[in-house]
Design a protein around this ligand. Structure first.
Ligand code: AMP
Length: 282
């Protein structure tokens, strides 16, 4: 595995890889099995796999965890090497933003709900850095986890609207045995918080059962999910959303064959956790 930290160095390598298919996995590091599953899929579908690690300041709000976000370059490099990554792109903040960016990529509508409302400016930061990374890496395919389903919808929209020559490949959510979705932020959880964090998965499974047994009223469904989440004393609800996927349009009634997302965001103690389930209603 070759570690690259300069854009100019990557440009030279990229030129020499002209005829190879390149799969790209953008991350913020502190790698776990979720990230590794994206790398695995990228390896299956491409000749070369590029992993990027960059904790992007632009996508963090002022009172969010940019400074404390877990970082461990050496551990990440070892995991990436073992997973078969060919190139690890790990630029500094100065390399990515030598001056404050005056250009921002803003995807409308899809960002006006869910994490877009709870974290103002977050998706502008995400879309901008992903556009920059696509311009730098110039991949054929890029791999994103459905753990961040709204991000998948936003990036897919950006690629369509701006005619970016990249195929977006959404990948399934990887979970712990007890159902908790893997996340770099799970390390923030205390033992007690970690135990209660399974409520997210349990609530999504409960939603699935309710829908399968015929519940069609989105508001009634939300109320039941709210009760379930609040059965955990450490949970503070940020949002419970039931929307069409990937348009993220609002819905009041679940119709036959509709593809929907049940999306949850909660705070457990100081840690914000998100999870979701995409369901075809039948
Ligand atoms: P992050 O480092 O948190 O920005 O995540 C980098 C990529 O890994 C994103 O596309 C995430 O959606 C994806 N990812 C994070 N957690 C998981 C998970 N548990 N399962 C699948 N993909 C994930």
């Amino acid at each position: 595995m070759i570690i690259v930290d300069k854009i100019s160095q990557w440009r030279e390598i990229r030129a020499s890889l002209d005829s190879h298919s390149i799969g790209f996995v953008p991350t913020m590091g502190y790698l776990h099995e979720g990230h590794l599953s994206l790398i695995k899929q990228a390896k299956e579908e491409n000749q070369i796999v590029v992993l990027s690690i960059f904790v992007n300041p632009l996508q963090f709000g002022e009172n969010e965890d940019f400074n404390t976000y877990p970082r461990d370059k050496e551990r990440d490099a070892n995991l990436a090497r073992e997973a078969g990554v060919d190139y690890l792109f790990i630029p500094s903040q100065e390399e990515m933003y030598p001056a404050p960016t005056r250009t921002v990529v803003q995807v409308k509508e899809i960002t006006a709900c869910m994490c877009g409302t709870s974290r103002p400016g977050h998706f502008d930061g995400v879309a901008t850095v992903v556009a920059k990374l696509f311009n730098i890496i110039q991949p054929n395919r890029a791999y994103f986890g459905l753990k961040d389903a709204q991000q998948v919808a936003v990036i897919s929209q950006m690629v369509t609207d701006l005619n970016m020559p990249v195929e977006i490949r959404p990948c399934p959510i990887v979970r712990e045995e007890d159902g908790l979705a893997l996340s770099s932020r799970n390390v923030y959880l205390t033992k007690e918080e970690r135990e209660q964090a399974t409520i997210l998965y349990e609530t999504l499974e409960y939603a699935d059962r309710l829908i399968n047994s015929g519940e069609k009223d989105a508001l009634a469904l939300k109320k039941k999910l709210q009760e379930k989440l609040l059965s955990c004393p450490l949970v503070n609800i940020d949002y419970i959303e039931i929307r069409q996927f990937p348009s993220l349009q609002e819905l009041t009634t679940l119709a036959q064959n509709m593809k929907i997302i049940i999306a949850l965001a909660v705070k457990i103690g100081k840690t914000r956790l998100i999870d979701n389930k995409i369901i075809e209603v039948n």
